[in-house]
Write a protein that binds this ligand. Structure first.
Ligand code: CIR
Length: 252
């Protein structure tokens, strides 16, 4: 069970963050509304939600999932792969220190938390444009010391590993067809995403509830079969910045 979530408010300059999306310029007031609804959903699941102030020097900093990784007994401040995001971790560190011993990924290693998928006590480490082999090797060592197993997975398309696969409970992965063939995931039950709904891969499993992005009926119907409560959230403005539901919090 998760008891806490760390979040950060999007700043007025959040639209200056990195994006490859062609969905248009996002709206500040709307993202604030969507972020508030997200925090409320986390609270409704029993989590204590910590809200940090926006960081004007880092327009992507409300994607708190990338500069840190929290495991049951460790917090890792990563070195994000995008130079404009390196440094976001320094204001997370004092908060995380209240809950976990904190360790670091050091350059030239880079790791984005969006590439790290925890399934029970095993970690899949995506090798992507943001997470390099050196960073993955450093993380694997830190995880091993903390008693976790891990393996790397090549991310051939999409920003992060968790842009294409997430754990949705009941030993099941919600996964794109391109990642489903990866031998790393052979042992798991899989729900395959329809090619028209791949954005819905970024569904967040918390305390036996699924938070999923609004507007993906085929995925909703497939997830319904798991028999869990599903909450849909509108994240239109977050998507315009290449983000999603998992990116906006650190759960532990
Ligand atoms: C970036 O490109 O770094 C941000 N605009 C989006 C990060 C999304 N994070 C995530 O999926 N974990």
């Amino acid at each position: 069970m998760f008891t806490h979530a760390i979040t950060r408010l999007p700043g007025e300059n959040f639209a200056d963050g990195l994006t490859t999306s062609t969905l248009g310029r996002p709206n500040y007031h709307l993202i604030l509304k969507q972020h508030q609804a997200y925090r409320q959903a986390l609270q409704s699941l029993g989590l204590e939600v910590i809200l940090l102030p926006a960081e004007s020097a880092y327009p992507d900093a409300y994607f708190v999932e990338d500069p840190a990784i929290v495991t049951p007994n460790l917090a890792v401040i990563t070195c994000p792969g995008a130079p404009s995001r390196q440094g976001e971790g320094s204001t997370l560190e004092p908060v995380l220190k209240q809950y976990r011993p904190v360790v670091h990924i050091d350059p030239p290693g880079t790791v984005d938390g969006g590439d790290i998928l925890m399934v029970e006590s095993h970690f899949f480490i995506g090798l992507s444009e943001r997470t390099n082999r050196e960073g993955a090797a450093q993380l694997a060592k830190l995880l091993a010391v903390a008693g976790h197993t891990s393996e790397t997975v090549l991310v051939a398309s999409g920003l992060h590993l968790k842009s294409g696969v997430n754990f949705v409970g009941k030993d099941t992965l919600l996964i794109t067809s391109s990642l489903a063939d990866n031998p790393a995931f052979v042992k798991h039950k899989k729900i395959l995403l329809d090619p028209t709904e791949e954005y819905a891969a970024n569904t967040l499993y918390i305390n036996d509830t699924l938070l999923m992005p609004e507007g993906f009926p085929k995925t909703h119907a497939k997830l319904d079969r798991l028999g869990m409560r599903i909450i849909e959230l509108d994240v239109s403005e977050v998507r315009k910045m290449d983000g999603g539901l998992t990116c906006m919090s650190l759960r532990f």
